[in-house]
Design a protein around this ligand. Structure first.
Ligand code: NSP
Length: 413
């Protein structure tokens, strides 16, 4: 907003004198405000030229938006219309030639989707993508079960430096209620997102546990896996009974139906489990004779106790980490395996079937039902602050018990 050439020149001259006299000067950030949001020119054309010739070369960073970038480039005789992410990247490269050390081209005026970002990221390995809410954006169950995430609008800021380009991606927030999509259209699983974020570190420790990583590489010691599947068989009994309790606590046909359906899903999981155990030489008699380990008792007893003393919503929260976590692990491993030179080894992996089961359609169907149940609950019976805090506490506790369950199998050695 320096307005005219004289002001702009005066600023440039003053800065240059500082640069000449001091060895240690702070970075200079130039926001080339040339056009107001209502379209008024705030910088005379000859001032734009001074800005380009004298201020940009002094700047560590210039931070134009789309309109300012187009104006700066047209002044240099480059006529561009910035309407896509590719246009933004190319414009940022041209803007760097104006002499600053770096350019941050702000993306507020360019509407983009995840598909736009992924297309560019796939084509340009030299570009780094930084996502806000990285943990959540990386959650495979949310991506897979949020079909409209693809069309969710994003804001992408492009940082161009001499040797690198970085895209900063964040969800677009509509600041007025007169346009744009509502929260349910942009975020179909608000409660699940809050729960995961509220215990982010424990959740990550759980779903990206060393046990999981070793299983995915096929290097997990056989004893650890055998211990795990035997204990899991015992755990699933608690889990199925907790859903039985949920049926007993449900008062509508639809909630009775979804809890019953989940018991059926658990029974399917147990059947898969038994077949799996047989493959590993474990008989049903072996399973029945297996002593329960403390981490199994702790988790199972916590589920049943929560069901006995709380309401059905609290029990649903207690069951959610189990259902969603393994769904996330399955999808994550499947996605990682598809990357070239992946650290996940599917071919010849003795644990392949486990990965396939949890990333497969049947288990993901159960995950979908679980996500819907959680979200419906929050809408039909919105929690007050106290109840909400209780849900987060229960979720965090179960996430920790899950981590403990894998710790117990891995720490055998
Ligand atoms: C301990 C545990 N957590 C989760 C799941 C997946 N339902 C499981 N089978 N076992």
């Amino acid at each position: 907003m320096l307005f005219d050439a004289a002001n702009t020149r005066a600023v440039a001259r003053t800065l240059k004198s500082h640069y000449a006299n001091a060895s240690d000067i702070p970075p200079l950030v130039v926001d080339p405000v040339c056009v107001s949001t209502s379209g008024h020119t705030l910088l005379a054309p000859d001032a734009v030229q001074v800005l380009i010739d004298e201020l940009c070369p002094l700047a560590t960073l210039i931070t134009p938006n789309k309109v300012e970038a187009e104006l700066l480039l047209s002044q240099k005789g480059v006529s561009v219309q910035i309407t896509s992410l590719e246009d933004m990247i190319s414009a940022s490269e041209k803007l760097l030639a104006l002499g600053s050390k770096a350019v941050l081209l702000k993306g507020g005026h360019v509407e983009l989707t995840l598909a736009d970002v992924e297309k560019v990221a796939a084509a340009r390995i030299d570009i780094t993508v930084v996502r806000e809410e990285l943990l959540l954006e990386n959650m495979e169950i949310l991506k897979v079960h949020e079909k409209d995430l693809e069309s969710r609008l994003l804001v992408v800021d492009v940082l161009r430096e001499a040797e690198s380009t970085t895209l900063f991606v964040s969800p677009r927030i509509e600041s007025t209620s007169t346009h744009g999509t509502g929260p349910t259209a942009t975020n179909p699983h608000p409660l699940t997102r809050i729960l995961i974020k509220s215990a982010a570190k424990t959740w990550k420790d759980y779903v990206e546990h060393d046990f999981v990583k070793q299983l995915a590489q096929g290097t997990l010691p056989r004893e650890c896996f055998l211990h795990f599947i035997k204990q899991d068989y015992l755990y699933l009994k608690y889990y199925a009974r907790a859903y039985g309790l949920l049926v007993a606590k449900s008062s509508t046909y639809s909630s009775i139906q979804s809890a019953t359906q989940t018991i059926v899903n658990v029974i399917n999981e147990v059947a898969t489990h038994k077949a799996f155990c047989a493959q590993w030489g474990i008989t049903e008699a072996d399973l029945a004779a297996t002593p329960e380990s403390p981490s199994t008792t702790a988790y199972g007893a916590y589920l049943l106790d929560t069901g006995l003393q709380g309401d059905s919503a609290k029990l649903i929260m207690a069951l959610a980490a189990c259902l969603l976590g393994y769904g996330e692990v399955g999808l994550w491993l499947k996605k990682e395996a598809a990357k070239p030179g992946s650290w996940v080894k599917l071919e010849g992996n003795v644990y392949l079937r486990w990965i396939e089961d949890y990333s497969g359609e049947v288990y993901q169907g159960a995950v979908k039902l679980g996500l819907e149940t959680i979200e419906t609950l929050a809408v039909e019976d919105p929690p007050n602050a106290h109840r909400f805090k209780e849900w987060c506490t229960v979720w965090e506790k179960c996430t920790r018990l899950e981590r403990g369950f894998w710790d117990a199998s891995l720490n055998l050695l």
